[in-house]
Design a protein around this ligand. Structure first.
Ligand code: AHG
Ligand code: MN
Ligand code: MN
Length: 298
């Protein structure tokens, strides 16, 4: 089944945005050959941008603008919210145009992440989000979306069509752990959590590309973490562009997203560059890490 047919069950404007991002993803996939070099600019997080980051950002924002369905876009590569004044539509879209760019040089998988709000306020709690999606550019190009009716995966086939690969994905109870951040910078609660996972036989798999690591957790089960660190108490990952869309998807698949203390989707963003410590995966490991942060005896 084609993505467009599957989306017939989904609200019209949201379905159009999912298809629009899917369309642009076909172009982004080709641009890894042509736009793979450093630019001389940095984004609002002080990270050097790849030409690909900027190119993919423009490609997606231009397409969202042309759709006339979107009122506001917040992107990891833009230092302020992009307001689309002439739009008739009311949607809000949050974007990580390219996630895991350090993996471009090593030819590992990278992604595109998006979240969609029916009401155009993008500086909003994730629990107000109406749909989320990501594309993973790996050996296969796959697209995962949820619009609150399950989590579904599609694959780009020989005819350049996204066709259904897995429907109604549920998170298995697996034992993969993906620990971001330097171990010497771990805070005590996180160190205890990681030790406990290791003593329970969890297997380490970390690529440095959140989308790829997330996909691994969604497939095999377990937990991804990018914790609060001594030098970076808020961690690294961004609430709007990374933590929220993926927490939306993991919850729809039966798992949880937490900052160690509270549900990610209940955190009110203070600004577009709001970062959060992130634990995302199965209920069991998330409960375990929350025990450590609450100071409970496990
Ligand atoms: P981005 O490429 O959008 O800037 O995101 C990079 C993120 C994420 O993909 C990954 O989980 C994390 O940064 C990796 O950080 P480390 O290099 O510290 O492991
Ligand atoms: Mn990212
Ligand atoms: Mn990015």
């Amino acid at each position: 089944m084609k993505l467009s047919e599957h989306l017939k069950e989904v609200d019209g404007s949201i379905a159009e945005i999912i298809l629009l991002v899917a369309d642009r993803a076909r172009e982004i996939k080709k641009a890894f050959l042509t736009h793979n070099f450093n630019s001389n600019t940095k984004n609002m997080f002080g990270e050097r941008q790849l030409e690909l980051d900027k190119w993919a950002d423009k490609l997606l924002i231009d397409a969202l603008r042309r759709s006339k369905l979107v009122r506001a876009v917040a992107s990891e590569e833009q230092s302020s919210i992009v307001e689309i004044v002439k739009s008739k539509g009311e949607l809000g879209v949050v974007l990580d145009p390219l996630d895991g760019v350090s993996s471009v040089a090593t030819n590992l998988s990278v992604g595109t992440i998006a979240g969609i709000f029916n009401e155009g306020n993008v500086l909003e709690k994730g629990n107000k989000m109406d749909a989320a999606m990501y594309i993973l550019y790996g050996p296969l190009t796959t697209l995962v979306y949820s619009a609150k009716q399950g989590v579904h995966e599609f694959v780009l086939n020989h005819d350049n069509e996204f066709v259904l690969r897995k429907e109604n994905i549920t998170l298995p109870e697996g034992n993969i752990y993906s620990p971001g951040g330097l171990a010497i910078d771990y805070v005590d609660e996180h160190r205890q959590f990681i030790s406990q996972l290791e003593s329970e036989g969890y297997k380490l798999r970390y690529s440095g590309s959140f989308t790829a690591d997330f996909q691994q957790i969604l497939t095999y089960g377990g937990v991804f973490s990018y914790p609060s660190l001594k030098e970076k108490p808020d961690g690294k990952l961004r609430l709007l562009f990374e933590a929220n869309p993926m927490s939306f998807i993991i919850e729809q698949a039966g798992g949880r997203g937490s900052d160690g203390v509270q549900r990610i989707l209940d955190i009110a963003p203070k600004a577009i560059d709001h970062r959060v410590p992130l634990y995302i995966g199965g209920n069991k490991p998330i409960e375990l890490v929350e025990h450590f942060f609450r100071g409970d005896v496990v």
